[in-house]
Design a protein around this ligand. Structure first.
Ligand SMILES: [Zn+2]
Length: 432
C-alpha cells in the first residue's frame, strides 16, 4: 500500500532532479528576500549562481541549533506573522528555548509525510491509534495525531501520564496502534503486568510507533517478543516539523520523503559526505518549508543513509537507526562512548530488565562510569555469589563493546526511577 506512489516509487535519478529544482528555487528565494540567509551565504562566498547541481548543496553554509536560539523568537521566520498558523516550542536542555512556526502549507506537507509513513507501516482505516506523546508545545502529540487522522484511523489523544487509565483505554477501545516513546511502552508493559493484564491475551495492540528517544535493535526484538506486536522507528524533530518518517513494514530504516527533505550524511570530523551506508552526522535541508526554512541544518544525530530501493517497492532513501548524537557522546578517559551502545549491550543479556542508569563522575582526575542495572524478577537471586557472577559478566560484556571499564551495580526489580515522558538515563556530574 502506498499513499503517494508517484513520489515514493520515483526512480532515484528523477528524485534527485526534483530535489535539485526545489533546492535551486529555495536558495534563490532566500538569497533574494531573507536577511539571515542572504548574509550567511555572502559570508560563505556563495550565491544562487553557484548552485548548478544537487551536489552543489555542499557549497552552502551550515545552520546550527544556536542560530535558532540567537534569533529567538521569530527572527528567522520568512513569512509575515499573519501567515503563521501554529507555533511549537522546544525547551532544549540548555539556554533559551527555540520556536518553530508553521504556515498552512507547512502543516499540510508535515501531515502528508506522516500519511505516507503510516501507510508504509500498515496503519490505516480501521486502526485505533492511541497517541501517548505529549500534546502541547512539543511536536510529538499533535504531529502523530493529524497523521493518523489523515490516513483514516480513529485517534485517541491520550497524551502522557496516568498510565493506569492509558491501559484501561487500550483495552476498552481495542487500541491497535500506539505512538509513544520506547521507554513509555516498556513502562506500560511493566504496569500492565502489575494490573494482572496478560498483554498478548487482553490487548488488541498490533503495532507501536516509537520515537523521540534513541533505542536499539535489541530493544525492538525484546518488545516485539514480549508483547507480540511490531515496533517501528518514528523519526523527526521540531526543526524538520516534528515526527515525520517511520520505517516501512520491512523495518530496515525510515523512508524519507525526498521531495520534502534532502538528507546528507557527513563525516563528523571533516564535514565531507560519506559513501551511502557509512555512518555520519545527518544534515538536512527542508525543501518545502515556508515559515522557517532550514538549509543544511546540523541535526547532531549519527546515522546512515541507504539509497538502494527497498523490498517494499519504495525507492525513497532510508535513514538508519540513530546510533547516537554527536553532542550526547560521552568521552570517558579519551574514549567515545554512546549511551545507545550501552543499551545495546545490556539488552542482549537475558537477565537484565528494562531500566538502567549511567553515572559519570571524575575522581582524582580520572573518569569513572557506573551503570545501575535492574534485574528481571525471575533472574533476581538472594545468593550473593550468583549476583556477583552476573555482575562480572555484564561488566565484561560492556568492557568488550566499549573498550572502557564500567562498574556495574545490580538493582532489584522496581528499584530504579520510572519516567512517563522522556527518559534521562545519563547523569554526567564531571566538572569540565
Ligand atoms: Zn520500505
Amino acid at each position: 500500500m502506498f499513499w503517494n506512489p508517484r513520489i515514493e516509487c520515483m526512480p532515484y535519478d528523477e528524485l534527485r532532479e526534483l530535489q535539485y529544482r526545489e533546492l535551486k528555487t529555495l536558495v534563490n528565494n532566500l538569497y533574494s528576500f531573507n536577511r539571515f540567509y542572504h548574509d550567511r551565504m555572502r559570508e560563505a562566498g556563495v550565491s544562487p549562481l553557484d548552485i548548478n547541481s544537487l551536489d552543489d548543496v555542499s557549497k552552502l553554509p551550515f545552520m546550527y541549533k544556536q542560530d535558532l536560539r540567537d534569533n529567538y523568537p521569530d527572527r528567522m521566520f520568512t513569512v509575515p506573522r499573519n501567515e503563521v498558523v501554529r507555533y511549537h516550542v522546544s525547551s532544549g536542555t540548555s539556554g533559551k528555548p527555540t520556536l518553530v512556526g508553521y504556515t498552512r502549507g507547512d502543516l499540510e506537507y508535515w501531515t502528508e509525510a506522516l500519511a505516507r509513513s503510516f501507510t508504509s507501516c500498515g496503519v490505516g482505516p480501521g486502526d485505533v491509534v492511541q497517541v501517548s506523546y505529549g500534546y502541547g508545545l512539543f511536536t510529538g502529540g499533535l504531529g502523530a495525531h493529524y497523521g493518523a487522522e489523515k490516513v483514516g484511523a480513529t485517534v485517541l489523544p491520550a497524551s502522557t501520564g496516568n498510565t493506569q487509565r492509558q491501559l484501561e483505554m487500550m483495552q476498552d477501545l481495542g487500541v491497535t496502534v500506539i505512538a509513544c516513546t520506547p521507554s513509555y511502552l516498556v513502562h506500560l508493559g511493566t504496569a500492565a503486568r502489575k494490573m494482572g493484564i496478560d498483554w498478548k491475551r487482553d490487548m488488541k495492540l498490533r503495532k507501536a510507533l516509537l520515537g523521540a528517544e534513541p533505542w536499539s535493535e535489541s530493544m525492538r526484538n525484546r518488545l516485539q517478543d514480549t508483547m507480540g506486536i511490531r515496533c517501528y522507528d518514528l523519526y523527526g524533530t521540531s526543526e524538520q516539523a516534528g515526527p515525520m518518517f517511520t520505517e516501512c513494514e520491512c523495518q530496515r530504516g525510515a523512508h524519507v520523503c525526498g521531495d520534502i527533505m534532502l538528507v546528507e550524511i557527513l563525516d563528523r570530523d571533516t564535514g565531507e559526505a560519506v559513501e551511502p551506508g557509512n555512518e555520519g552526522e545527518m544534515v538536512v535541508t527542508m525543501l518545502k518549508k515556508e515559515a522557517m526554512p532550514m538549509i543544511r541544518y546540523r541535526m547532531r544525530d549519527l546515522t546512515t543513509l541507504d539509497v538502494d530501493p527497498c523490498e517494499c517497492g519504495r525507492t525513497s532513501p532510508r535513514i538508519g537507526r540513530i546510533t547516537g548524537r554527536t553532542d550526547d557522546m560521552l568521552i570517558i578517559r579519551g574514549i567515545n562512548v554512546f549511551p545507545s551502545q550501552i543499551e545495546y549491550t545490556l539488552m542482549r543479556v537475558p537477565q537484565v530488565g528494562d531500566q538502567w542508569m549511567i553515572y559519570v563522575t571524575r575522581e582524582d582526575d580520572l573518569d569513572r562510569m557506573k551503570v545501575q542495572v535492574e534485574i528481571r524478577p525471575e533472574a533476581f537471586s538472594d545468593k550473593v555469589e550468583d549476583m556477583n557472577a552476573l555482575r562480572a559478566r555484564i561488566e565484561a560484556e560492556l568492557k568488550r563493546h566499549l573498550n572502557v571499564a564500567v562498574e556495574v551495580e545490580l538493582k532489584a526489580p522496581g528499584e530504579l526511577p520510572r519516567f512517563d515522558g522522556k527518559t534521562k538515563r545519563v547523569l554526567d556530574t564531571r566538572v569540565m
